[in-house]
Ligand binder design. Structure first.
Ligand code: FAD
Length: 375
């Protein structure tokens, strides 16, 4: 597998690197503290074309490969995992089903979402159904000319500011899950209060209540009961993207720790000189580079349309566990300053926890990786 980046890929990385250094890093602390959706930066990321990177030019996107997308995500999540989380949600889960399955009316929402003018969310999780999506209780009653949707969703990223949702629900007609398009302004859609979180605080999340929501027939996305089939289409990409989010935050922790260790003096010398500290850097570097390369490898398989189901799970599991380990090691290097609010490390440490959950928990990924081995 050739890992030499093309000129275009290098250019994309540079564009997002400069944007993050200039615009995101100065705001990263405030995004975390304000606990508000970072609207202005979100729109600027939209102007950079990030939301359309994975869609064809005929649909208003720029048809970039997923390696390029990962390079952009590495940079965004190095700057702020909150911002990166809402932007990746917009560019993938929130818009994919509109692009893939929506009619002309729904495609107009999709186009506005690519510009960052409309914000989307995906409603899968429920209070009693997280990893086990088949346990959802939201129901769509099938009428002659549409549907009536009832249910309660939770942990919906961007819900407090969202214009539309993609909602997973069951029907009486089929055992499978179905996907519905639900504008947030429809009667019966109620957004709960924001869920206060340990990390990614600028990526606002809340419950969504669906009470007798009347939907026209064209708001069913795809065929009744085929939701899982459509979800599987982007599952590998979601996992590769979550691996990329992990690598960005880990890079930030690593770089902060390195700078600190090269400046902080104890016992008459910079702490980097102590062997115990050097060992930590060697271990972190191995984890970071292995995770980065494996993620780009999984991404390149996807770009070549090769099987990548197992590789995407390995990438996500390994990168998210490494990110948490690197943030922990980096925090030890800063010691008391790693514990101080004034320094960014405590934010990385909190934010990185999210990568262990989004895109499938480590336990679920291990189960699925093991299941593949039997095939
Ligand atoms: C910041 C954030 C944003 C999110 N955004 C969204 C969103 O936009 N839309 C959305 O729909 N959801 C969203 N989620 C929800 C997320 O997808 C779920 O949290 C995730 O699927 C895990 O579900 P759960 O938290 O209910 O944990 P559970 O599924 O209840 O799991 C609890 C524990 O049990 C373990 N476990 C469960 N089943 C098994 C098993 N079979 N074998 C071994 N161990 C098992 C898990 O690994 C975990 O350790 C978000 C979550 C977070 C934290």
């Amino acid at each position: 597998m050739n890992f030499e980046l093309t000129d275009i890929q290098k250019q994309i990385r540079q564009t997002f690197r400069e944007f993050v250094n200039r615009k995101v890093l100065p705001r990263a602390k405030a995004i975390d503290e304000e606990r508000k959706f970072p609207m202005q930066l979100f729109r600027e990321v939209g102007k950079l074309g990030f939301f359309g990177m994975r869609y064809p030019e005929s649909a208003g996107g720029s048809q970039m490969d997923i390696v390029s997308y990962c390079l952009a995500v590495f940079e965004l999540s190095r700057g702020s995992l909150s911002l990166a989380a809402v932007c990746t949600m917009q560019s993938l889960m929130a818009t994919y089903f509109l692009y893939r399955l929506g009619d002309e009316e729904i495609k107009t929402w999709f186009h506005e979402a690519l510009e960052g003018e409309k914000i989307g969310g995906i409603c899968m999780t429920e209070p009693n159904a997280g990893s086990d999506l088949f346990g959802i209780q939201s129901r769509a009653e099938v009428l002659e000319d549409g549907f009536i949707l009832n249910g309660q969703k939770t942990w919906v990223t961007s819900a407090p500011v969202a214009d539309f949702f993609t909602v997973l629900a069951k029907t009486e007609q089929t055992k499978g899950l179905s996907i519905f398009f639900v504008p947030s302004r429809l009667e019966g859609v109620k957004i709960g209060k924001s869920i206060e979180k340990l990390g990614v605080r600028g990526s606002v999340t809340s419950e969504v209540y669906l009470d007798q929501v009347r939907l026209p027939a064209n708001y069913l996305l795809g065929d009744l009961g085929d939701g899982t089939k459509y979800l599987v289409e982007i599952l590998a990409e979601i996992r590769i993207m979550t691996a990329a989010l992990s690598i960005g935050v880990a890079t930030a922790a690593f770089e902060d720790a390195l700078q600190y260790a090269l400046e902080r003096k104890q016992f008459g010398q910079v702490i980097y000189n102590f062997q115990a500290v050097k060992m930590k850097f060697a271990e972190m570097k191995v984890q970071l580079e292995t995770a980065r390369h494996y993620t780009l490898y999984a991404a390149s398989l996807s770009d070549q349309n090769l099987p990548r189901h197992q590789e995407s799970m390995i990438a996500k599991l390994y990168a998210s566990e490494c990110a948490n380990s690197i943030c922990d090691q980096a925090s030890r290097i800063l010691a008391s300053y790693g514990f101080a609010e004034e320094y960014s490390l405590q934010r990385y440490l909190r934010d990185a926890r999210f990568t262990l959950i989004g895109g499938g928990t480590s336990e679920i990924l291990k189960l699925n990786i093991a299941k593949e081995l039997k095939k």
